[in-house]
Design a protein around this ligand. Structure first.
Ligand SMILES: *Cc1c(COP(=O)(O)O)cnc(C)c1O
Length: 310
């Protein structure tokens, strides 16, 4: 197996800007975007124990699920390619093909076998007829749910809080993370962190239940979840000029690339909460940079623009 399962401890970068100084808030970025150039951030952490388990079970194929822009599919295709394991992707949308997005093109190029199923069939998960027919011919397939949201996925994320605490020398007041399936947030909670999750989908309240469900083995930790549902910018993949302006300002000020689907929304949310004096002065916040930079708009202009946080 050539998939390197030991990530170096990722840097914890302290952000310095006038806005944070004046607010007296210490904000650090956990640079999980630097783990791997294709298997970014939380996807790497959620995949690693899954790949180990598949390997231990002698499964030569991993099957998983995602949409046309799924970073999880993208990362799984790369991880399997690197580990010498075959991969199968069940893609939501039977109108799609391997050329429908750069994500799908990447998956195909990494050798992932893609099956395009209707939204209805996708909802049936393992009971869908496509999967049933795949499983009937190959019983040793290792299945990972959408987003890597299983126990092994949580286990990888649960390692982060103690890593941060030993880097900082103390436990931060909050670890902040963008949320799609919420499994990264759940993993951080199971690892003992106080978590602020920023859903990137509209109506993110449903995530509390989903996360609670994932946290069944650690029922008390759901109390440490703070869900901030006001920063979805219209829904998954949506954005407006205000968000793009913020991203450009952030990148220029801190020299850290972010994207508009996940980390941009989370960081905007953090700065906005600071502006609204949501946090006590002197608080320490750690923002997870979960990567996903292959999804960064390449049309983002380079000139500094107006922002709300100067
Ligand atoms: C998938 C993804 C997330 C969301 O992770 P979940 O565990 O599904 O909530 C956040 N950031 C990036 C860059 C991602 O690719």
């Amino acid at each position: 197996m050539t998939f390197n399962l030991i990530a170096p401890v990722t840097p914890l970068t302290t952000l310095n800007d006038v806005f944070l100084q004046q607010a007296n808030i210490k904000l650090l970025v956990k640079r999980d975007d630097l783990i791997h150039h294709e298997i970014s951030g939380n996807k790497w952490r959620k995949l690693k124990h899954n790949v180990v388990k598949a390997n231990n079970l002698c499964s030569r194929t991993i099957l998983t699920f995602g949409g046309a822009y799924s970073n999880h599919l993208f990362a799984t295709a790369s991880a399997c390619h690197q580990a010498g394991i075959s991969s199968i992707g069940i893609v939501r949308g039977d109108e799609l093909n391997i050329f429908s997005s750069s994500t799908l093109r990447h998956c195909h190029a990494k050798g992932m076998l893609l099956y395009f199923v209707s939204r209805n069939e996708y909802k049936q998960k393992l009971l869908g007829k496509t999967i049933q027919s795949i499983l009937s011919t190959n019983r040793s397939i290792f299945i990972i749910p959408e987003g890597g949201a299983n126990e092994e996925g949580l286990q990888g994320m649960a390692e982060v809080p103690s890593e941060i605490t030993s880097q900082l020398g103390f436990q931060p007041d909050f670890i902040c993370v963008a949320a799609g399936t919420g499994s990264s947030a759940a993993g951080l909670l199971s690892g003992g962190a106080n978590v602020i999750a920023f859903p990137v989908l509209k109506g993110g309240e449903f995530l509390r239940q989903d996360i609670q469900h994932m946290l069944q083995p650690w029922p008390a930790t759901i109390q440490n979840l703070n869900l901030q549902t006001g920063y979805h910018f219209g829904g998954y993949g949506k954005y407006n000029q205000q968000l793009l302006d913020f991203i450009i300002w952030f990148e220029e000020t801190h020299n850290i690339a972010i994207e508009q689907v996940y980390t941009g929304k989370m960081l905007y949310g953090i700065y906005d909460l600071i502006k609204k004096k949501y946090f006590q002065e002197g608080s320490t916040l750690v923002a997870m940079h979960t990567g996903g930079l292959q999804g960064r708009l390449n049309t983002l202009p380079n000139a500094p623009l107006q922002t709300d946080f100067k």
